[in-house]
Design a binder for this molecule. Sequence first.
Ligand code: HEM
Length: 518
Amino acid sequence: MTMVVLLTILLALLIPLLKVVYQTISYYYLTPRRIKRIMAKQGVYGPKPRPLLGNLKDIASLLSKTASHDMSSINHDIVGRLMPQYVVWSKQFGKRFIYWNGCEPRLCLTEGDLIKEFLTKYNSVSGRSWQQEQGSKHFVGGGLLMANGQNWYHQRQIVAKAFTGDKLKVNAGYVVECTKQTIQKLEKEIEESSGQNEFEIGEYLARLTADIISRAEFGWSHEKGKRIFDLLNLLQRRAAQATRNLYLPGSRFFPSKYNKGLKALKLEVERLLVEIIQSHKDTAEIGRGNSQGNDLLSMLLNEMQKIRDDGFSLNLNLLLDECKTFFFAGHETTAILLTWTIMLLASNPDWQDKVREEVAGVCKGDTPSIDHLPKLTLLGMVINESMRLYPPALFIPRMAFQDMELGDLHIPKGLSIWIPNVAINHNKEIWGEDANEFNPGRFATRPLNENRYFAPFSSGPRTCVGQAFATMEAKIILSMLVSRFRFTISKNYRHAPVIVITVKPKYGVQVCLEPLNS
Ligand code: HEM
């Protein structure tokens, strides 16, 4: 009898253990081998992966050669610098190739028709991979950016309400207000520094977009959210570094100093967020909030109280993840877009003048409003050209959760599809011989040629939820800035784009500002 009990206990312990062992072997060995075989049968090959590391070392070694020095001039031919592996492998294996991020196989896909089909038709059966989820677990957790399946569907429905047309109108007011403050700050600094008019403009734009998202979506003043903003930036960098170790089985469980530090930082951010959320609730209760329950945070708080019959519930952890997600996604990308656009306008004075003239003609000296924006077509073209040359989202990554047919390709479950925006946007076959030059005029003709895939905000149901917000914000900020200052690129500017999640100027963008008479 005792023997039977002992055996039962042993089995009960052994079965979950065996399951974990099988899953680990399957993840690190069996699935990659199966996918490699299936893709090879279809003529899709790639560089030879090393055990566990895949091609990570090859990528690091190529990057260390191309991205460690400055570019000799302001030259937009950046694909070889930022994605040397793409240049080497696409030459060697053709436009479709497969490479290995640790044990995760990734198919590099650049064909516009297949990308559109994949993002539209297969949205519900693709999503974030395990590696991506683990990499951002401590950063944005299960927020919308990283959610999958039914959770993604529910979360998207909830937050989409914060980005409708009427909300955009209210938010445009915050954008104008915050931009005025930044302009005043810049003017004051020029005045007080007796002629010193050089600024690293990226820093000001990052503060500005953080201020806007804080006020518009969370009802905080930037000062209140400033500590969170700084901690989140640090958390983002640490989480990106931690992702590099994920190829080691179980590395995320090691009680290393590094992992402990990451968790402590996450807890600190969340403690501050809880404080701010509580004060938002208190203000709402006594009816003193200026958002009047219309911002994203109010919507999320309302949702938490609802009992839903579809089984989905928004708990405090998810609320915190959603706050981190929107704080990050809602300012970083826009700040980067604005920074590169100012660099491009400062080094192309003819386009800067054209945009300034257009803004003067459309706004007639008034601050820009939402009704002016569709008329700012040249500015729209400049913004598109900036996102083409320096796409804030470098890649669109998605994993196939089931087998699927994509054009002539059979995509097996477990294969990640990587859409390299930056390589597509600089491809001469698509954009012509001047693909690496700044020429906003190329966006004047509509519709874009059929095979030109250009989707800086992605496409399909999982397209950027903040696209209209970001476009409105960028147009207002740029039109206000060009109306108040003339920009020239400083001799101290060093052109050195690097990848730190997005494409960033390594040393910032130094420009000289000449105030214009209003
Ligand atoms: C120039 C500015 C922006 C660019 C270029 C941009 C680009 C993108 C892209 C390409 C995606 C899809 C990512 C993927 O599928 O892997 C995305 C998703 C997302 N973006 Fe943006 N974005 C910008 C601004 C914003 C703003 C201002 C917000 C919020 C206020 C925002 C919130 C989000 C969120 C939450 C997602 C995830 C959507 C989902 O998975 O359903 N983004 N963005």
